[in-house]
Design a protein around this ligand. Structure first.
Ligand SMILES: [Zn+2]
Ligand SMILES: [Zn+2]
Length: 458
């Protein structure tokens, strides 16, 4: 072992530290989500960042890239020792095979089943969540290994009004963040259900086999495993071929066609613009009927999607629950930030303003007065800063500017003797005396007046 200080560690590849503006942006995005989603009756929920591996295997499907290649597995040292000694993960009980969540829906559905969120005959449950997700992907712009998502889920009804409302709510959310509808493209499709999808799947399979020669190896293999995945292929040649493939919306059964028509009618009524896109087939097995994706039109490069979701009427059963229709979406925090940046919108904004309490000297009675003034102001709910490093008054004023102080309370010996302090407006440099016994109330009032109207508008 080398002696001396260890080298400082670096954050893992594909992760970010959130602090300053990026942390304020994350807090702000969750606030907007809570406000917008709350109006639609969605309540916050939080599930663990890790689940039993089977939750994702059942929900996402063993064959998906996420499960096969991108899952971060979680294992305790004891379990790791067992795996090594006994030769393989199969020696662990299912309850000990854990993974970090690659997305939020499967864990939410697991919780909904475990706690019976939707008892027989109950109305639907609407929830939203925000938190980190984990995928062992190749790192690039807009693709992290630990990223943040905000999502909403609704269980308990197949009413097409819910599909439309969920999409309208999502577009409201983007707008409240500073992404107007004109900056976005909403793509919409219906993937059918268990009544009509099998026949459609066969059609696509036949189509793939007819075009074998023009497709990548993986898509040829998909013909037998999961033909619809060929729509997701990144290969340009495959995309060209698939643009001429049979469209699911043209092969819906009566019920699915009616459902899809009602979703579109509601979106029209709400004035939400959308493009029907037959090639939109979301990459996860559990989607049925409505699927949608939102792309930002500028600044995103190849990673334009900033959110998407759909209906997953079969998922609760896949996770071992009673048949329960459901739907949801997820949006990516980091991707939305990139989209906002391209439009010149700073979601994090400036550091919040404060009141700074400065002292003209370091005598004990002045120290006491500073402490008491800060205490009173903070208990009044005013963000208050002060010096802790014996700075000169001039240097304290500089600190006050750095801390975005709107007002500065200056405590000096003469004023203190008269039961007063000086209140300095940091913008106008105007100074007024203020009585110490009314300080907190008076300063809080003036601070509110100075900062409230200029607060970030929407
Ligand atoms: Zn392909
Ligand atoms: Zn159908």
């Amino acid at each position: 072992m080398a002696s001396g200080k260890p080298n400082p560690a670096r954050k893992p590849e594909g992760t970010e530290d959130l602090y300053g503006a990026s942390m304020r942006a994350w807090v702000r995005m969750r606030e907007v989500a809570g406000r917008v989603f709350g109006a639609w009756g969605y309540d916050p929920v939080e599930t663990p960042a890790m689940e039993q591996l089977d939750v994702f295997v059942h929900g996402l499907g063993q064959a998906t890239d996420v499960v096969r290649k991108e899952m971060f597995r979680a294992i305790t040292s004891t379990n790791l020792a067992t795996v090594i000694a006994e030769g393989g993960e199969g020696t662990l009980k299912a309850s000990r095979r854990l993974a970090l969540r690659p997305e939020g829906t499967a864990g939410f559905v697991r919780a909904a089943i475990e706690h019976t969120f939707v008892p027989q005959g109950a109305s639907c449950v609407k929830s939203w969540y925000a938190g980190p997700m984990f995928r062992g992907e190749r790192v690039q712009k807009g693709r992290l290994r630990q990223f943040h998502q905000i999502g909403a889920e609704c269980l308990g009804s197949d009413d097409p009004a819910l599909d439309a409302e969920l999409i309208i709510m999502l577009m409201d959310f983007y707008r409240a963040l500073g992404l107007p509808e004109g900056a976005l493209r909403l793509r919409l499709n219906s993937m059918g259900d268990s009544a009509c999808r099998p026949a459609y799947r066969e059609l696509v399979r036949g189509f793939l086999l007819e075009h074998k020669g023009e497709l990548c190896e993986e898509c040829v293999a998909r013909a037998d495993t999961n033909p619809l995945r060929a729509f997701d292929c990144k290969n340009e040649g495959c995309q060209r071929v698939m643009s001429a493939a049979p469209a699911s919306a043209d092969h819906l059964c009566g019920d699915c066609a009616e459902h899809y028509a009602k979703v579109k009618a509601r979106l029209d009524e709400a004035g939400i613009a959308y493009e029907e896109d037959p090639t939109l087939v979301r990459g996860l097995d559990y989607y049925t009927r409505t699927v949608f994706e939102v792309e930002a039109l500028t600044g995103m490069g190849s990673q334009a999607a900033i959110g998407g979701g759909g209906r997953y009427d079969g998922l609760v059963e896949l996770e071992g629950g009673k048949p329960t229709p459901g739907l949801g979406f997820a949006v990516g925090f980091e991707r939305i930030l990139i989209a906002l940046e391209a439009l010149g919108v700073e979601l994090g904004g400036e550091e919040p303003p404060c009141v700074y309490v400065a002292s003209a000297g370091h005598e004990p009675e002045l120290e006491n007065a500073v402490f008491r003034a800060c205490l009173a102001l903070r208990r009044e709910g005013v963000r208050t800063e002060r010096d802790y490093q014996n700075r000169s008054l001039k240097s304290q004023f500089k600190q006050a500017d750095k801390a975005h102080a709107a007002l500065c309370v200056v405590v000096g010996s003469d004023e203190l003797a008269a039961g007063e302090a000086t209140l300095r407006d940091m913008a106008t440099h105007e100074q007024t005396p203020v009585a110490l016994d009314a300080l907190a109330r008076e300063v809080a009032r003036r601070f509110a007046a100075l900062t409230a109207p200029g607060e970030r508008g929407e």
